[in-house]
Write a protein that binds this ligand. Structure first.
Ligand code: SDX
Length: 444
């Protein structure tokens, strides 16, 4: 009998596990099934809770709530484990590449040589965007934040693709998925080029996914652009490390939007909007801004004090995580990549020195140790992206580019789930009780 079932949960050999809930107000009890997955905590199925007790569960922020079943990503926050379809993230980062991981997330298995070549060919030949989309960018101010542009442009794809929006057809779902994975680097690079006033650069079919993105970002018509293989490998690894992450805020947004049957491109645009927040994907940009604000190593104690001050809204960006109460395994890989890239490029970066000293101090400080606030995926990614010459405003755009693979994989899984229904949470109402309308002349 599994551990989950021994923790105060009843299970008679001949019956499935269950949890018995006693409502002390009414003395009534309700038997709730316990469902166990492949690994990790079992779940108490509370779908009959309201019918059985007349009461809702209450879990703002969903700290203890499983929203779905999924076969895609497993996280163990205590052990600092992240698996994609069972494969550890550090092994995927070391031995795979982003499109291979994309195939794995979408289809559940690593591709063989033929499958990989076919997938790479499909994605490569979908990287161009409809020429009309170029005009969409011109509707934005040049200084618009690139994430605002991405939300608008990706959402606009809903207006471009009518022919494959039958989301009940798995083939059409996969076409939409391929288009999104293929076009996100093109959109991202176009957002950057538009921001700096340079001409858009078309994708090239002879380059890898990461090489193509760097090419579209930094090539100019006036001269050939040489791909730096160290940059390309580092970019590919960053994309792998940001590809998917269980039911995080932006993925949950995509699932909720998709549960109504909404257009997939519009759902991904909603995911981009959610990721933009500084508490989520916007943290990598905020980490760089924080390091620049700290300025020098001797200023770190003052910022540590601010992070601990409840009256100060300042938080150490890049630290802490809702799930990881140990080191974020992606931060471990990114830390190594950060040193590799900076050493290879001969960059002795003051910001890296501040970051390393900040990490050292934070990991010794009782406040952070007690709250298990370790560096997360965003802490090092910004430093690497800066070393690759990526402007800070594009950091979260790259996070969205990578996470699109996770979003479309989770969206496909949800739409294909026979148990799937529209997401519709309830609430604890704390507003006024019913009262009669007050005519204007009688109001104080
Ligand atoms: C991502 O969900 C995912 O998987 C997300 C992500 C993904 O791949 O999709 O991993 C990507 O979003 C990583 C997180 C990036 N965000 C940041 O780096 C922003 C800084 N971090 C915090 O905002 C915070 O840690 C969160 C939002 C990440 C997690 O917040 P929780 O789980 O809601 O925790 P909390 O806010 O309740 O904090 C617990 C305590 C509080 O103190 P007490 O009230 O207990 O005294 O820790 C404190 C917080 O004040 N705290 C921090 C802190 N993070 C939490 N104090 C200072 N600095 C911080 N960074």
């Amino acid at each position: 009998m599994s551990q989950a079932h021994q923790t105060g949960l009843t299970q008679r050999e001949d019956e499935p596990a269950s949890a018995e809930l006693t409502d002390r107000e009414t003395g009534g009890t309700v038997d709730l099934p316990v469902l166990e997955g492949t690994m990790g905590p079992a779940v108490i199925d509370i779908r009959s809770l309201y019918a059985g007790t007349g009461k809702f569960s209450y879990d703002p922020g969903y700290t203890s709530t499983g929203s779905c079943k999924s076969n895609i990503t497993y996280i163990d926050g205590e052990q600092g484990v992240l698996l994609h379809r069972g494969y550890p993230i550090d092994e995927l980062a070391a031995y795979s590449d982003f499109l291979e991981v994309a195939y794995l997330l979408l289809h559940g298995e690593l591709p063989n040589a033929g499958e990989k070549n076919g997938f790479v060919d499909t994605i490569t030949h979908h990287t161009m965007v409809h020429e009309q989309i170029n005009y969409l960018y011109r509707g934005f101010r040049r200084d618009s934040h690139p994430m605002a542009v991405m939300i608008g442009v990706v959402g606009a794809l809903a207006a471009f693709y009518h022919d494959t929006t039958d989301i009940e057809d798995p083939k059409q779902r996969m076409i939409a998925s391929h288009r999104l994975i293929a076009k996100m680097p093109t959109f991202a690079a176009m957002a950057y080029k538009y921001n700096i006033g340079q001409p858009f650069v078309y994708p090239r079919n002879d380059l890898t996914y990461a090489e193509n993105f760097l090419h579209m970002m930094f090539a100019v018509p006036c001269e050939d652009y040489q791909i730096n293989p160290i940059h390309a490998r580092a970019m590919d690894r960053i994309l792998i490390l940001h590809a998917d992450h269980e039911q995080n805020a932006s993925t949950s947004t995509v699932r909720l939007a998709g549960s109504s049957g909404a257009n997939p491109y519009a759902c991904i645009a909603a995911g981009i909007a959610t990721l933009w927040g500084p508490a989520h994907g916007g943290a990598n940009e905020a980490v760089l801004q924080m390091l620049e604000e700290i300025g020098t190593v001797d200023q770190i104690p003052a910022f540590i004090a601010r992070a601990k001050d409840k009256d100060d809204s300042f938080r150490l960006m890049g630290f802490g995580h809702r799930v990881y109460k140990n080191y974020d395994p992606r931060a471990t890989v990114l830390r190594e990549t950060c040193h590799e890239v900076l050493d290879d490029l001969g960059i002795s970066d003051e910001l890296l020195r501040i970051a390393m000293e900040l990490e050292r101090i934070a990991l010794e400080d009782e406040y952070f140790v007690e709250r298990k606030l370790y560096p997360n995926v965003d802490f090092y990614s910004g430093l690497i992206l800066q070393a690759l010459g990526i402007p800070t405003r594009i950091f979260t755009v790259i996070f969205a580019l990578a996470r699109t693979v996770g979003w479309v994989a989770q969206w496909n899984e949800m739409i294909g789930d026979p148990e799937q229904k529209i997401g519709r949470p309830r609430q604890l109402y704390t507003g006024p009780a019913q009262r009669p309308f007050l005519p204007l002349r009688e109001r104080p």
